[in-house]
Ligand binder design. Structure first.
Ligand SMILES: Cc1cc2nc3c(=O)[nH]c(=O)nc-3n(C[C@H](O)[C@H](O)[C@H](O)COP(=O)(O)OP(=O)(O)OC[C@H]3O[C@@H](n4cnc5c(N)ncnc54)[C@H](O)[C@@H]3O)c2cc1C
Length: 340
Protein backbone atom coordinates (compact mmCIF):
# COMPACT_ATOMS: atom_id res chain seq x y z
CA UNK A 1 0.00 0.00 0.00
CA UNK A 2 1.44 3.41 -0.97
CA UNK A 3 1.83 6.01 1.77
CA UNK A 4 1.42 8.99 -0.55
CA UNK A 5 -1.08 10.11 -3.19
CA UNK A 6 1.19 12.21 -5.41
CA UNK A 7 4.97 12.15 -5.91
CA UNK A 8 6.21 15.40 -7.42
CA UNK A 9 9.55 15.26 -9.21
CA UNK A 10 11.15 18.68 -8.71
CA UNK A 11 10.71 21.22 -5.90
CA UNK A 12 11.13 24.28 -8.13
CA UNK A 13 8.35 26.84 -8.26
CA UNK A 14 5.90 24.73 -10.30
CA UNK A 15 6.32 21.74 -7.98
CA UNK A 16 5.99 23.83 -4.82
CA UNK A 17 2.87 25.66 -6.04
CA UNK A 18 1.26 22.38 -7.09
CA UNK A 19 2.17 20.71 -3.78
CA UNK A 20 0.61 23.53 -1.76
CA UNK A 21 -2.62 23.31 -3.78
CA UNK A 22 -2.80 19.50 -3.62
CA UNK A 23 -2.08 19.51 0.12
CA UNK A 24 -4.81 22.09 0.69
CA UNK A 25 -7.16 19.78 -1.25
CA UNK A 26 -6.37 16.95 1.18
CA UNK A 27 -3.82 14.95 -0.84
CA UNK A 28 -0.70 13.40 0.70
CA UNK A 29 2.15 14.79 -1.36
CA UNK A 30 5.91 14.21 -1.42
CA UNK A 31 8.37 16.30 -3.42
CA UNK A 32 11.72 14.86 -4.49
CA UNK A 33 14.51 17.18 -5.63
CA UNK A 34 18.13 16.53 -6.52
CA UNK A 35 19.20 20.00 -5.34
CA UNK A 36 20.57 20.78 -1.88
CA UNK A 37 17.40 22.80 -1.20
CA UNK A 38 14.10 23.62 -2.90
CA UNK A 39 13.88 26.30 -5.60
CA UNK A 40 15.46 24.95 -8.79
CA UNK A 41 15.97 28.00 -11.00
CA UNK A 42 14.94 30.27 -8.11
CA UNK A 43 18.57 30.16 -7.04
CA UNK A 44 20.72 32.40 -4.88
CA UNK A 45 24.45 32.11 -4.34
CA UNK A 46 26.70 33.61 -1.69
CA UNK A 47 30.29 34.71 -2.38
CA UNK A 48 31.97 36.17 0.73
CA UNK A 49 29.63 38.94 1.95
CA UNK A 50 27.74 39.18 -1.38
CA UNK A 51 24.38 37.58 -2.24
CA UNK A 52 23.61 37.00 -5.92
CA UNK A 53 20.55 35.61 -7.69
CA UNK A 54 22.00 33.52 -10.47
CA UNK A 55 18.82 32.05 -12.00
CA UNK A 56 15.61 34.10 -12.06
CA UNK A 57 16.43 37.77 -11.45
CA UNK A 58 12.97 39.20 -10.82
CA UNK A 59 9.43 38.33 -11.76
CA UNK A 60 6.72 40.21 -13.57
CA UNK A 61 3.04 39.97 -12.68
CA UNK A 62 0.84 40.15 -15.76
CA UNK A 63 -2.26 38.05 -14.90
CA UNK A 64 -4.89 38.39 -12.14
CA UNK A 65 -4.36 34.72 -11.27
CA UNK A 66 -0.67 35.29 -10.53
CA UNK A 67 -1.38 38.58 -8.75
CA UNK A 68 -3.71 36.71 -6.34
CA UNK A 69 -1.09 34.00 -5.80
CA UNK A 70 1.63 36.52 -4.99
CA UNK A 71 -0.72 38.13 -2.44
CA UNK A 72 -1.12 34.68 -0.81
CA UNK A 73 2.67 34.26 -0.72
CA UNK A 74 2.98 37.62 1.01
CA UNK A 75 0.31 36.65 3.53
CA UNK A 76 2.35 33.51 4.25
CA UNK A 77 5.45 35.60 4.99
CA UNK A 78 7.19 35.83 1.60
CA UNK A 79 9.25 38.99 1.44
CA UNK A 80 8.32 40.03 -2.10
CA UNK A 81 9.29 43.62 -2.92
CA UNK A 82 8.63 45.77 -5.94
CA UNK A 83 11.86 46.66 -7.76
CA UNK A 84 10.81 48.61 -10.84
CA UNK A 85 8.46 48.76 -13.81
CA UNK A 86 11.17 47.88 -16.31
CA UNK A 87 14.90 48.17 -17.01
CA UNK A 88 17.39 50.10 -19.06
CA UNK A 89 17.32 48.81 -22.65
CA UNK A 90 20.39 48.44 -24.85
CA UNK A 91 21.06 46.72 -28.15
CA UNK A 92 24.40 44.98 -27.60
CA UNK A 93 26.64 44.75 -24.52
CA UNK A 94 29.68 45.39 -26.74
CA UNK A 95 28.55 48.98 -27.38
CA UNK A 96 29.10 49.79 -23.68
CA UNK A 97 26.97 52.27 -21.66
CA UNK A 98 26.60 54.73 -24.60
CA UNK A 99 24.50 51.96 -26.24
CA UNK A 100 21.62 52.39 -23.76
CA UNK A 101 18.57 53.37 -25.80
CA UNK A 102 15.95 53.78 -23.06
CA UNK A 103 15.58 53.76 -19.30
CA UNK A 104 11.77 53.91 -19.34
CA UNK A 105 9.79 50.92 -18.04
CA UNK A 106 6.75 49.30 -19.67
CA UNK A 107 4.48 49.79 -16.63
CA UNK A 108 4.27 46.14 -15.45
CA UNK A 109 5.65 45.74 -11.91
CA UNK A 110 8.85 43.70 -11.44
CA UNK A 111 9.31 42.02 -8.07
CA UNK A 112 12.35 40.72 -6.20
CA UNK A 113 12.60 38.73 -2.99
CA UNK A 114 14.51 40.02 0.04
CA UNK A 115 17.36 37.61 0.73
CA UNK A 116 17.24 36.36 -2.86
CA UNK A 117 14.92 34.22 -4.96
CA UNK A 118 15.71 30.99 -3.10
CA UNK A 119 14.14 32.57 0.00
CA UNK A 120 10.77 32.49 -1.78
CA UNK A 121 11.17 28.75 -2.39
CA UNK A 122 12.04 28.16 1.26
CA UNK A 123 8.92 30.06 2.35
CA UNK A 124 6.69 28.10 -0.03
CA UNK A 125 8.24 24.79 1.08
CA UNK A 126 7.31 25.31 4.73
CA UNK A 127 5.07 22.51 5.98
CA UNK A 128 5.52 20.40 2.83
CA UNK A 129 7.17 16.98 2.64
CA UNK A 130 10.24 17.95 0.57
CA UNK A 131 13.05 15.41 0.22
CA UNK A 132 16.15 17.17 -1.15
CA UNK A 133 19.54 15.80 -2.25
CA UNK A 134 17.53 13.02 -3.88
CA UNK A 135 17.85 12.35 -7.59
CA UNK A 136 14.99 10.51 -9.28
CA UNK A 137 16.44 7.92 -11.64
CA UNK A 138 13.41 6.13 -13.17
CA UNK A 139 9.60 6.18 -13.19
CA UNK A 140 7.32 3.27 -14.12
CA UNK A 141 3.84 1.89 -13.38
CA UNK A 142 3.34 -1.55 -11.83
CA UNK A 143 0.52 -3.32 -9.97
CA UNK A 144 -1.74 -0.28 -9.98
CA UNK A 145 0.82 2.19 -8.51
CA UNK A 146 3.48 4.51 -9.82
CA UNK A 147 7.02 3.59 -8.77
CA UNK A 148 9.58 6.37 -8.54
CA UNK A 149 13.18 5.24 -7.98
CA UNK A 150 15.59 7.74 -6.44
CA UNK A 151 19.08 7.88 -5.01
CA UNK A 152 19.95 10.18 -2.15
CA UNK A 153 21.94 10.44 1.03
CA UNK A 154 20.02 7.45 2.40
CA UNK A 155 20.94 5.34 -0.65
CA UNK A 156 18.48 3.99 -3.22
CA UNK A 157 14.75 4.00 -2.55
CA UNK A 158 11.54 3.47 -4.51
CA UNK A 159 8.58 5.70 -3.67
CA UNK A 160 5.03 4.52 -4.52
CA UNK A 161 2.16 6.83 -5.40
CA UNK A 162 -1.24 6.92 -7.06
CA UNK A 163 -0.18 9.85 -9.29
CA UNK A 164 3.06 11.45 -10.47
CA UNK A 165 3.72 15.09 -11.36
CA UNK A 166 6.94 15.78 -13.29
CA UNK A 167 8.19 19.37 -13.02
CA UNK A 168 11.83 18.75 -13.96
CA UNK A 169 12.74 20.32 -17.32
CA UNK A 170 10.91 18.16 -19.85
CA UNK A 171 13.91 16.41 -21.50
CA UNK A 172 15.09 15.39 -18.01
CA UNK A 173 11.59 14.17 -17.08
CA UNK A 174 11.27 12.12 -20.27
CA UNK A 175 14.65 10.48 -19.60
CA UNK A 176 13.23 9.19 -16.28
CA UNK A 177 10.27 7.60 -18.08
CA UNK A 178 12.59 6.13 -20.72
CA UNK A 179 14.70 4.54 -17.96
CA UNK A 180 11.53 3.01 -16.47
CA UNK A 181 10.46 1.78 -19.96
CA UNK A 182 7.26 3.81 -19.51
CA UNK A 183 5.45 4.52 -22.76
CA UNK A 184 3.19 7.59 -22.89
CA UNK A 185 0.17 7.90 -25.20
CA UNK A 186 1.47 9.04 -28.63
CA UNK A 187 -0.10 12.54 -28.61
CA UNK A 188 1.33 13.42 -25.17
CA UNK A 189 4.68 11.89 -26.12
CA UNK A 190 4.90 13.93 -29.34
CA UNK A 191 4.02 17.26 -27.72
CA UNK A 192 6.48 16.71 -24.84
CA UNK A 193 9.37 15.60 -27.05
CA UNK A 194 8.99 18.82 -29.08
CA UNK A 195 9.81 21.07 -26.10
CA UNK A 196 13.34 22.50 -26.05
CA UNK A 197 15.29 24.86 -23.80
CA UNK A 198 18.15 27.32 -24.20
CA UNK A 199 21.18 27.00 -21.91
CA UNK A 200 22.60 29.99 -20.05
CA UNK A 201 26.10 30.78 -18.83
CA UNK A 202 26.12 33.21 -15.93
CA UNK A 203 28.96 35.33 -14.58
CA UNK A 204 28.71 36.30 -10.90
CA UNK A 205 31.08 39.16 -10.03
CA UNK A 206 31.59 40.79 -6.63
CA UNK A 207 32.78 44.37 -7.13
CA UNK A 208 34.48 46.83 -4.79
CA UNK A 209 32.03 49.75 -5.16
CA UNK A 210 28.74 50.80 -6.75
CA UNK A 211 29.09 50.09 -10.51
CA UNK A 212 26.61 52.91 -11.25
CA UNK A 213 24.49 50.89 -13.68
CA UNK A 214 21.61 52.86 -15.21
CA UNK A 215 18.37 53.11 -13.19
CA UNK A 216 17.04 50.82 -11.69
CA UNK A 217 20.32 48.86 -11.65
CA UNK A 218 19.57 46.30 -14.40
CA UNK A 219 20.13 46.37 -18.19
CA UNK A 220 18.47 44.17 -20.83
CA UNK A 221 20.18 43.59 -24.20
CA UNK A 222 18.15 42.83 -27.33
CA UNK A 223 21.00 41.30 -29.35
CA UNK A 224 24.58 40.08 -29.06
CA UNK A 225 26.23 37.65 -26.64
CA UNK A 226 24.70 39.00 -23.39
CA UNK A 227 21.03 39.38 -22.42
CA UNK A 228 21.14 40.80 -18.90
CA UNK A 229 23.28 42.40 -16.25
CA UNK A 230 22.25 43.77 -12.86
CA UNK A 231 23.63 44.81 -9.51
CA UNK A 232 22.21 42.64 -6.71
CA UNK A 233 22.79 45.47 -4.20
CA UNK A 234 20.52 47.79 -6.21
CA UNK A 235 17.85 45.03 -6.04
CA UNK A 236 18.12 45.06 -2.27
CA UNK A 237 19.34 41.45 -2.25
CA UNK A 238 23.06 41.89 -1.53
CA UNK A 239 24.76 43.84 1.26
CA UNK A 240 27.61 44.72 -1.11
CA UNK A 241 27.67 45.49 -4.86
CA UNK A 242 27.63 42.23 -6.86
CA UNK A 243 26.76 41.85 -10.53
CA UNK A 244 24.97 38.98 -12.26
CA UNK A 245 25.48 38.75 -16.04
CA UNK A 246 23.54 36.28 -18.20
CA UNK A 247 24.85 35.29 -21.61
CA UNK A 248 22.45 34.79 -24.54
CA UNK A 249 21.17 31.28 -25.35
CA UNK A 250 23.06 30.83 -28.63
CA UNK A 251 26.33 32.14 -27.16
CA UNK A 252 25.86 29.89 -24.11
CA UNK A 253 25.23 26.84 -26.31
CA UNK A 254 28.47 27.46 -28.22
CA UNK A 255 30.59 27.97 -25.09
CA UNK A 256 28.76 25.64 -22.69
CA UNK A 257 31.58 23.11 -22.35
CA UNK A 258 34.41 25.67 -22.24
CA UNK A 259 36.45 25.99 -19.04
CA UNK A 260 35.27 28.52 -16.42
CA UNK A 261 38.42 30.56 -17.00
CA UNK A 262 37.67 30.95 -20.72
CA UNK A 263 33.99 31.79 -20.19
CA UNK A 264 34.74 34.13 -17.27
CA UNK A 265 37.48 36.10 -19.04
CA UNK A 266 35.35 36.52 -22.18
CA UNK A 267 32.25 37.67 -20.30
CA UNK A 268 34.34 39.93 -18.06
CA UNK A 269 35.74 41.76 -21.09
CA UNK A 270 32.16 42.76 -22.05
CA UNK A 271 31.16 43.54 -18.46
CA UNK A 272 34.14 45.79 -17.61
CA UNK A 273 33.04 48.94 -19.51
CA UNK A 274 29.70 48.82 -17.63
CA UNK A 275 31.33 48.82 -14.20
CA UNK A 276 32.31 52.50 -14.22
CA UNK A 277 34.56 53.13 -11.24
CA UNK A 278 34.19 49.61 -9.82
CA UNK A 279 36.69 46.74 -10.03
CA UNK A 280 35.94 43.02 -9.72
CA UNK A 281 37.05 41.49 -6.38
CA UNK A 282 36.17 37.92 -7.28
CA UNK A 283 34.03 36.07 -9.83
CA UNK A 284 32.46 32.68 -10.57
CA UNK A 285 30.81 31.08 -13.59
CA UNK A 286 27.49 29.18 -13.22
CA UNK A 287 25.85 26.99 -15.85
CA UNK A 288 22.17 26.35 -16.58
CA UNK A 289 21.70 23.58 -19.15
CA UNK A 290 17.91 24.12 -19.15
CA UNK A 291 17.55 27.85 -18.65
CA UNK A 292 14.39 28.95 -20.42
CA UNK A 293 11.98 27.15 -22.77
CA UNK A 294 12.44 27.99 -26.45
CA UNK A 295 8.92 27.00 -27.50
CA UNK A 296 6.48 26.70 -24.53
CA UNK A 297 3.44 24.47 -25.06
CA UNK A 298 0.07 26.22 -25.42
CA UNK A 299 -1.48 24.39 -22.46
CA UNK A 300 -0.51 25.05 -18.80
CA UNK A 301 -0.25 21.31 -18.05
CA UNK A 302 -0.08 18.03 -19.95
CA UNK A 303 -2.00 15.36 -18.07
CA UNK A 304 -2.41 11.82 -19.32
CA UNK A 305 -2.69 8.22 -18.06
CA UNK A 306 -0.48 5.16 -18.29
CA UNK A 307 -2.13 1.87 -17.32
CA UNK A 308 -5.00 4.03 -15.98
CA UNK A 309 -2.62 5.85 -13.61
CA UNK A 310 -2.48 9.65 -13.85
CA UNK A 311 0.74 11.42 -14.72
CA UNK A 312 1.13 15.16 -15.37
CA UNK A 313 3.89 17.42 -16.68
CA UNK A 314 4.18 21.04 -15.55
CA UNK A 315 6.68 23.88 -15.31
CA UNK A 316 7.68 26.95 -17.24
CA UNK A 317 7.57 25.09 -20.57
CA UNK A 318 3.76 24.96 -20.30
CA UNK A 319 1.53 27.96 -20.96
CA UNK A 320 3.66 31.02 -20.36
CA UNK A 321 7.37 30.88 -19.66
CA UNK A 322 9.27 32.36 -16.72
CA UNK A 323 8.33 32.57 -13.04
CA UNK A 324 4.73 33.54 -13.73
CA UNK A 325 4.33 30.69 -16.21
CA UNK A 326 5.84 28.13 -13.82
CA UNK A 327 3.54 29.24 -10.99
CA UNK A 328 0.42 29.16 -13.16
CA UNK A 329 1.42 25.76 -14.54
CA UNK A 330 1.75 24.47 -10.96
CA UNK A 331 -1.79 25.65 -10.24
CA UNK A 332 -3.09 24.00 -13.43
CA UNK A 333 -1.31 20.72 -12.64
CA UNK A 334 -2.86 20.54 -9.16
CA UNK A 335 -6.31 21.22 -10.61
CA UNK A 336 -5.82 18.55 -13.30
CA UNK A 337 -4.78 15.93 -10.73
CA UNK A 338 -7.53 16.83 -8.25
CA UNK A 339 -10.09 16.41 -11.06
CA UNK A 340 -8.75 12.85 -11.39
C1 LIG B 1 19.59 32.22 -15.95
C2 LIG B 1 18.10 32.34 -15.76
C3 LIG B 1 17.51 33.59 -15.69
C4 LIG B 1 16.13 33.71 -15.50
N1 LIG B 1 15.59 34.95 -15.34
C5 LIG B 1 14.27 35.05 -15.09
C6 LIG B 1 13.70 36.30 -14.75
O1 LIG B 1 14.41 37.31 -14.57
N2 LIG B 1 12.35 36.37 -14.56
C7 LIG B 1 11.54 35.28 -14.66
O2 LIG B 1 10.33 35.40 -14.48
N3 LIG B 1 12.06 34.06 -14.94
C8 LIG B 1 13.40 33.93 -15.13
N4 LIG B 1 13.96 32.70 -15.35
C9 LIG B 1 13.06 31.55 -15.49
C10 LIG B 1 12.57 31.02 -14.13
O3 LIG B 1 13.65 30.84 -13.25
C11 LIG B 1 11.87 29.69 -14.40
O4 LIG B 1 10.86 29.90 -15.36
C12 LIG B 1 11.22 29.03 -13.18
O5 LIG B 1 12.00 29.19 -12.03
C13 LIG B 1 11.02 27.57 -13.54
O6 LIG B 1 10.43 26.87 -12.46
P1 LIG B 1 10.08 25.32 -12.65
O7 LIG B 1 9.50 24.84 -11.38
O8 LIG B 1 9.28 25.15 -13.91
O9 LIG B 1 11.47 24.59 -12.97
P2 LIG B 1 12.77 24.44 -12.08
O10 LIG B 1 12.99 25.62 -11.23
O11 LIG B 1 13.86 24.08 -13.04
O12 LIG B 1 12.45 23.20 -11.13
C14 LIG B 1 12.66 21.88 -11.55
C15 LIG B 1 13.28 21.11 -10.39
O13 LIG B 1 13.42 19.75 -10.81
C16 LIG B 1 14.57 19.25 -10.16
N5 LIG B 1 14.99 18.05 -10.88
C17 LIG B 1 15.38 17.92 -12.17
N6 LIG B 1 15.68 16.62 -12.43
C18 LIG B 1 15.49 15.94 -11.28
C19 LIG B 1 15.64 14.57 -10.91
N7 LIG B 1 16.04 13.63 -11.79
N8 LIG B 1 15.38 14.23 -9.63
C20 LIG B 1 14.98 15.14 -8.71
N9 LIG B 1 14.81 16.46 -9.01
C21 LIG B 1 15.05 16.84 -10.28
C22 LIG B 1 15.58 20.39 -10.24
O14 LIG B 1 16.58 20.25 -9.26
C23 LIG B 1 14.67 21.60 -10.01
O15 LIG B 1 14.67 22.00 -8.65
C24 LIG B 1 15.33 32.55 -15.46
C25 LIG B 1 15.93 31.29 -15.52
C26 LIG B 1 17.30 31.17 -15.63
C27 LIG B 1 17.96 29.82 -15.60
Amino acid sequence: MADIDVVIVGAGLAGLVAARELTAAGARVRLLDKGVGPGGRLATHRIDDATLDHGAQFFTVRSDEFDDLVEHWRADGASVERWSTGFAQATDVRAGPPGVTSTAGDGHPRYVVTGGMETLAKTLARGLDVVVDTCVTAIWARDGRWRVAATGVQGMRTYDAAAVLCTAPVPQALALLDRGATVLPPDAEASLRALAYDPCLALLAVVDRDPELPTPGGVQFAEGPVRWLADNARKGVSAVPAVTLHAAGDWSATWYEAADRVVGVTLYAWLAPWLGPASVRTWQVKRWRYSQPRNPADEHVVRTDVDELPIAFAGDAFGHARVEGAARSGLAAAAALVRG
